[in-house]
Design a protein around this ligand. Structure first.
Ligand code: NAP
Length: 235
């Protein structure tokens, strides 16, 4: 079945690979990130299936506008892949508090805005799926990534709350990858920690592995919900 799927943070890494896989399957995609230009080539391949809209998930009005575009163009939203996110790693005592603000704004508040933008439509038709991308850092606490861990624990709490409130109507899925070899580590503001994590993540999962798991969760029959998935690299 062809679905309308909204993906946040679609311009790179896990989000971009997910968009590529889902486009190949014929789905209609509405793709947001602050800069969607890396997706232009994909859109050119599937012009009738893909809409790009620059969207900063920290700006509620932009997230609402992304969902409105999806409904205006395709008439509905079947799936939200709530993927936009970033991490800054440092000791709490030494951290730059702007980094905390950014993680909380993007990973937590941005994810909530996206949920809020699609939930009323899904509940009205009693059908839909929200896939929240958490992390192994949502299951464990790691020194130097405590605030990132807190945002990802929060995503799991929100997922479980959403599931309990709405499980008779919509499917709620949480996917928690371990290290994935994407540009994620490029954002880490502490230079030494950035170098360390770049090499750690280089040995991690591929974006394709996580995207394939996201696709699998979408592909299950409508009466099946994969509620929680943890994917770790074998090291
Ligand atoms: N890589 C890992 O090891 C790993 C492990 C576990 C979980 N995750 C999670 O997986 C998700 C995707 O990460 P990734 O590894 O694919 O990282 P990535 O390659 O850095 O991609 C992150 C995506 O998020 C977007 N983004 C960042 N800030 C945004 C904002 N304010 N508004 C909208 N989009 C924004 C980026 O696009 P723009 O820059 O254009 O906005 C980009 O498309 C994140 O939630 C991350 O926490 C990653």
């Amino acid at each position: 079945m062809i679905k309308t799927i909204l993906i946040t943070g679609a311009s790179k890494g896990i989000g971009k690979r997910t968009a590529e896989l889902l486009a190949t399957d014929g789905h209609q995609l509405v793709l947001g990130s602050r800069n969607t230009s890396p997706l232009k080539e994909l859109q050119a391949q599937y012009p009738d299936q893909i809409i790009l809209q620059d969207t900063d998930v920290t700006v509620k009005a932009q997230v609402m506008a992304l969902a409105e575009t999806a409904v205006a163009k395709f008439g509905k939203i079947d799936v939200l892949v709530n993927n936009a996110g970033l991490g800054h790693f440092d000791l709490i005592a030494e951290a730059n508090t702007d980094d905390w603000d950014q993680m909380i704004d993007v990973n937590l508040k941005g994810a909530l805005y996206a949920i809020h933008s699609v939930l009323p439509g899904m509940l009205a038709k009693e059908k839909g799926q929200i896939i929240n991308i958490a992390s192994v850092a949502g299951h464990h606490i790691f020194p130097r990534s405590v605030v990132y861990c807190a945002t990802k624990h929060a995503i799991r709490a929100i997922s479980e709350g959403l599931r309990l409130e709405n499980q008779d109507k919509i499917r709620i899925t949480t996917i928690s990858p371990g290290a994935v070899n994407t540009s994620f580590a490029e954002n880490i503001s502490n230079e030494n920690i950035r170098k360390e994590f770049k090499s750690y993540m280089a040995g991690g999962l591929t974006a394709n592995t996580v995207a394939t798991a996201i696709k699998q969760c979408i592909d299950y029959p409508e009466n099946v919900t994969m509620t929680e998935m943890i994917i770790r690299p074998k090291r």
